[in-house]
Design a protein around this ligand. Structure first.
Ligand SMILES: NC(=O)c1ccc[n+]([C@@H]2O[C@H](COP(=O)([O-])OP(=O)(O)OC[C@H]3O[C@@H](n4cnc5c(N)ncnc54)[C@H](O)[C@@H]3O)[C@@H](O)[C@H]2O)c1
Length: 434
C-alpha cells in the first residue's frame, strides 16, 4: 500500500521504516530539510538502536523515500499518517499547532481519497478538529476520512515495539477505514482493537497516564520507606509479584521524564477538568514526580553539606537508557539545581551528550563533558547517577573509587546493591532504601 508519513521525529521515522519493512511503499515528509537530507542518506537524526540499518535496507529496496515537497508527499499515499509533535502549552494543555499544520498541508495538496490517520498522541476529539480544518482549507471537493491509530512504542526499543506491539489500536468512523488499516497491519501478528475514534484517542492518553501513575505511586511509597528505614526495592518486588499489579513501571527513583509522560499526564488532566471532572489524581501524579528532584538534592546535600564549588560528576543525561532524548529529562532539572547552588559539573552519557550540548554548550561555565564514564569521576567529590544505562551498572567500581576525590554516590536509579558498594568503601545514597 502507498503510505505517507508527515513529521519525521522518533515516531514518524520509526513508522516510516517499520511500514516499509513490512512491504509498504512509504514516503516521509518533514518541514525540517536537514532531517530529510540526513534520512535520504539512511542516517537517522535520532539515536535508536537498529534504525539506521532498517532505513538503509528499505531505501535501497526503494520501499522508502523522503521529501520536503508537500505536494509529492500528499499525492503519494492513500493512507497519510500525522506524526507531528504535540508538546505542552504553558497551562498544561496539548499544543496542537503542528497537527493543525499537517492537516492544512493535506488539505492544500489532496488529489483524491485519503485516509488521514492521527498517530500523534492527542486529546480526545482532535480528529474532529482535523476534519474541520480539512474542510475549511480544502480547495476542491475531495473525499477523505480521519482515523486514529495511536502509537505505543518506547524509545530505545522502538523498532521491536512497532513490529511486534502488544496490541494495535485503530479508531475508525467507517468500514472502509477499518478495512484499509487492517490491511496495512496484516503482516504484523498482534491483536487489533477496533474502536470509535474518541475511544482510541482516550486509550493512548489513559495508557500513558496510568504508567506515570504507577511510577509516582511507587515513588510516594519510596518516601515512606526512606522515612521509616524500609526498602522500596523489596516493597516493589513483592507488590509486582501480584499478577494484578505487575512488576513493570514499579521502579522507585528520580521519576519519569521524556517527551510523553510529563506532557500526556498534564494534557489528560486538562481534558478531564475541561469536562468538569475530578482528575486531581493526575495532578498529584505530576506533583509527586516534580518532587523527586528535591529528594535527590536532599541526598546530595546530606552527602556534601553544601554544593558551592563542589566538583560533581553526573552519569546519564537521557531520560532513560538506549535513547539520546533529553526532553523533560530529570538531568536537566538536576543540572540547573546544582549550578544554582554553586556546584561544578562534569557530565557523561553514552549518546545524549550532543543533545545536552545544545542546552549547555561546551564552553558553558562550570560544565565540562567527559570522554568516558571514568574520566567523568576523576577528582570528583560526588557521583550522581540519573540514567540506568547498562554500562553504569557494569562499571568497575573499584576504579571509580580510586579516581574519585571522595567516594560518594547519589544513585537516582537504584542500580547498585547498597551493601556491596558500601562494603567497597563508598558512601552510597539510593532512593527509598536504607
Ligand atoms: N517519542 C515517543 O516515544 C512517542 C511514543 C508514542 C507516541 N508519541 C507521540 O507521537 C508524536 C510525535 O512524537 P515525536 O517524539 O516523534 O515528536 P518529534 O518532535 O520528535 O517529531 C515531530 C516532527 O514533526 C515535524 N513537523 C512539525 N510540524 C510539521 C508539519 N506541519 N509538517 C511536517 N512536519 C512537521 C517536526 O519538524 C519534527 O521533525 C507526539 O504526539 C508524541 O506524543 C511519541
Amino acid at each position: 500500500m502507498k503510505v505517507t508519513i508527515i513529521g519525521l521525529g522518533y515516531v514518524g521515522i520509526t513508522t516510516a521504516a517499520g511500514l516499509a519493512e513490512i512491504g509498504h511503499n512509504v514516503i516521509g515528509y518533514d518541514i525540517d530539510s536537514n532531517k530529510v537530507e540526513s534520512l535520504k542518506k539512511g542516517i537517522s537524526p535520532i539515536y535508536e538502536p537498529g534504525l539506521d540499518e532498517l532505513l538503509k535496507k528499505n531505501l535501497k529496496k526503494k520501499k522508502l523515500g523522503f521529501t520536503t515537497s508537500p505536494e509529492e508527499a500528499i499525492h503519494h499515499g492513500e493512507i497519510i499518517f500525522i506524526c507531528t509533535g504535540t508538546p505542552s502549552r504553558e497551562d498544561g494543555s496539548a499544543d496542537l499547532t503542528q497537527v493543525e499544520g499537517a492537516a492544512k498541508t493535506v488539505a492544500r495538496h489532496i488529489n483524491g481519497y485519503k485516509l488521514i490517520v492521527e498517530k500523534s498522541t492527542v486529546p480526545v476529539k482532535t480528529a474532529q478538529w482535523i476534519e474541520r480544518t480539512m474542510k475549511l482549507y480544502l480547495k476542491k471537493k475531495v473525499d477523505f476520512e480521519v482515523a486514529s491509530n495511536p502509537e505505543f512504542l518506547k524509545e530505545g526499543d522502538a523498532i521491536r515495539d512497532f513490529l511486534k506491539p502488544d496490541r494495535i489500536v485503530i479508531g475508525v468512523g467507517s468500514k472502509r477505514a477499518e478495512r484499509l488499516l487492517k490491511e496495512l497491519y496484516k503482516p504484523i501478528r498482534s491483536p487489533i482493537v477496533v474502536t470509535d475514534i474518541n475511544t482510541a484517542e482516550i486509550i493512548k492518553h489513559a495508557s500513558n497516564a496510568f504508567l506515570a501513575t504507577k511510577i509516582s505511586f511507587i515513588n510516594m511509597i519510596s518516601d515512606l520507606c526512606e522515612a521509616t528505614g524500609a526498602d522500596v526495592e523489596l516493597v516493589a518486588k513483592a507488590m509486582g509479584m501480584d499478577k494484578r499489579i505487575g512488576k513493570e513501571f514499579l521502579r522507585a527513583g528520580i521519576g519519569y521524564g521524556g517527551s510523553c509522560f510529563p506532557k500526556d499526564v498534564k494534557a489528560l488532566y486538562h481534558v478531564g477538568t475541561q469536562y468538569g471532572l475530578n482528575f486531581e489524581l493526575l495532578k498529584n501524579v505530576h506533583e509527586i514526580n516534580e518532587a523527586r528532584i528535591d529528594v535527590l538534592m536532599k541526598h546530595l546535600k546530606n552527602a556534601l553539606w553544601n554544593l558551592k564549588d563542589k566538583n560533581i560528576a553526573i552519569w546519564g543525561l537521557s531520560f532513560k537508557p538506549n535513547t539520546d532524548d533529553i526532553r523533560e529529562a530529570p538531568s536537566l532539572k538536576v543540572i540547573k539545581r546544582i549550578l544554582n547552588e554553586g556546584g561544578k559539573l562534569t557530565l557523561f552519557d553514552p549518546v545524549a551528550m550532543e543533545n545536552m550540548k545544545k542546552v549547555y554548550p561546551e564552553k558553558y561555565p562550570e560544565i565540562t563533558y567527559a570522554k568516558d564514564m571514568y574520566e567523568a569521576v576523576k577528582d570528583k567529590e560526588a557521583l550522581v547517577i540519573l540514567t540506568e544505562w547498562d554500562i553504569f551498572k557494569e562499571a568497575c567500581l573499584s576504579k571509580v573509587k580510586e579516581l574519585m576525590l571522595t567516594p560518594i554516590i547519589v544513585d537516582g536509579r537504584n542500580i547498585y546493591k547498597p551493601k556491596k558498594v558500601r562494603k567497597m568503601g563508598f558512601e552510597y545514597y539510593p532512593m527509598g532504601r536504607p
